[in-house]
Design a protein around this ligand. Structure first.
Ligand code: GLC
Length: 453
């Protein structure tokens, strides 16, 4: 082959890649790229959209738990972001909410600072939830925030803030359900959308919007949502979407909920069910998406606030099993965070001040521990540390450890020495009552001669 011909061939090849990037069917990703996610441990989730304006109530009907299936035939959860479907609000009434969407008190810096102060290291927001409304200036659809009185690109402002404060960021995107666009899937109590119609939605809205999110914002992760057996997201569409993401981003991670039926081998991290906490160590990176109340989207009459102590317990439990905790806030219609959420975020941040080493840079321990006690460990400066986090009052605690491996035991926050006794395979730790005056998670730090498994 002459030199000129080979240069021509190389040129043609490069040109065809530029022209048809979607033809790249690469699915897998280097697991090292998920390392930041494994290290991050704690993130903020935000559910915000038109549904936030309704606050869990429409025309005098409050979305409340269905009692004996009397109130709603449409399922048991009363998530406020589902209000359109749960209360059968006609599209002609729901869509016009966009004409008055105006979260005037939205402040991207304030949100991201709140997340950072709580100790969160990444941020995920609903770019488009099931109702189909986009929080960015999409060119693919008119159903978007920049056509509302607010007029600003909320996602763009948050991306700028995340970069400023050093948080990784990603987007929830409802690839399957879309209650606005013809052909987008509906919940399982509706007739199934025919394949050809879904395919049109898939090609005309879903895939182009995902590509657009990557092109415009270069996210660190995408959070896809499927939650039912009755789904159009088969293996072929799952792989088509994965290939699209891989072809357009070298770094973007993909979650396992991309396909409820079968996440396959090419996703980057596993997504637990909502508020579910596994009781064993998992090797693949994983996280639990969790709520502070019942609902994800803001619901003014959802009073089920969990305490910060409970949520800190979930965080540390997940870390002790090698996973992450993605904690949700549902902002109010004006774009501000609800005060009960702010208090809890700040309490978690306050707990982090003396205790963050339990969470960051630590790894799981393959040692059995009593219920409500979470173990993490870390090696630093030639020393090995074991952290014993205790979530409920107890008089003493026994761990299957060799006492000869332990050189010190004290309360992490105060350095208060803690007595221990035992033998080759049992370590008995004495716990005095006054430790539990404070109902937050209590952490003991043990110095070990050698690291544990
Ligand atoms: C469920 C809910 C959805 C929410 C998601 C968060 O799939 O149906 O509304 O966004 O969980 O994990």
């Amino acid at each position: 082959m002459t030199k000129r011909l080979s240069l021509f061939m190389i040129g043609l090849f490069t040109f065809s890649i530029l022209l048809f990037p979607q033809k790249n069917t690469k699915l897998s990703l280097d697991p090292a790229k998920a390392q930041w996610f494994k290290d991050a441990k704690f993130g903020m989730f935000v559910h915000f959209g038109l549904y936030s304006m309704l606050q869990g109530e429409y025309k005098g009907t409050v979305l409340t738990p269905a009692v004996d299936k009397v109130k709603y035939p449409n399922g048991q959860t009363w998530y406020a972001e589902w209000i359109q479907m749960r209360l059968d609000i006609p599209s002609e009434e729901y869509k016009p909410l966009a004409e008055s969407f105006n979260p005037v008190n939205f402040d991207a810096d304030a949100w991201i600072k709140e997340a950072k102060n709580a100790g969160m290291r990444y941020f995920v927001i609903t770019s488009k939830h099931h109702d189909g409304y986009a929080l960015w200036d999409t060119k693919v659809s008119d159903f978007k925030i920049t056509n509302s009185p607010f007029g600003r690109d909320l996602i763009a402002e948050l991306v700028t803030a995340c970069r400023k404060y050093g948080l990784k960021y990603g987007f929830y995107y409802s690839h399957w359900q879309d209650w606005e666009y013809p052909g987008g899937a509906m919940p399982n109590w509706y007739p199934r959308v025919p394949e050809e119609e879904f395919e049109k939605y898939w090609q005309q809205k879903s895939l182009p919007q995902v590509k657009e999110l990557i092109d415009m914002f270069d996210p660190d992760l995408l959070w896809f949502d499927t939650w039912d057996w009755e789904t159009h997201i088969n293996d072929k569409r799952r792989d088509e979407l994965i290939a699209l993401v891989r072809a357009n981003s070298d770094k973007c991670l993909i979650n396992g909920r991309i396909s409820y039926l079968n996440p396959g081998e090419n996703i980057d991290f596993l997504e637990m069910h909502d508020n579910q906490y596994p009781d064993k160590i998992l090797e693949k990176p994983w996280q639990t998406p969790a709520t502070m109340v019942h609902s994800w989207g803001w619901h003014a009459k959802d009073y089920n606030w969990k305490s910060s102590a409970e949520m800190i317990g979930y965080l540390v439990n997940n870390v002790s099993k090698g996973g992450n905790y993605l904690l949700n806030v549902g902002p109010k219609p004006d774009g501000s965070f609800p005060l009960p959420a702010v208090r809890r975020l700040r309490e978690i941040g306050a707990w982090m001040v003396p205790n963050s080493e339990v969470v960051y840079g630590s790894r799981p321990v393959r040692v059995e521990s009593p219920e409500g006690v979470y173990l993490t460990q870390k090696s630093a400066d030639g020393k090995n540390y074991l952290y014993v986090s205790i979530s409920k009052p107890m008089d003493s605690l026994t761990l299957p450890l060799d006492i000869n491996n332990v050189s010190a035991c004290y309360v992490l926050e105060s350095n208060r020495p803690i007595n221990y006794t035992g033998g080759n395979s049992n370590l008995n730790i004495e716990l005095s009552k006054d430790l539990f005056r404070d109902c937050s998670l209590q952490v003991l730090k043990l110095e070990l001669a050698s690291a544990l498994d």
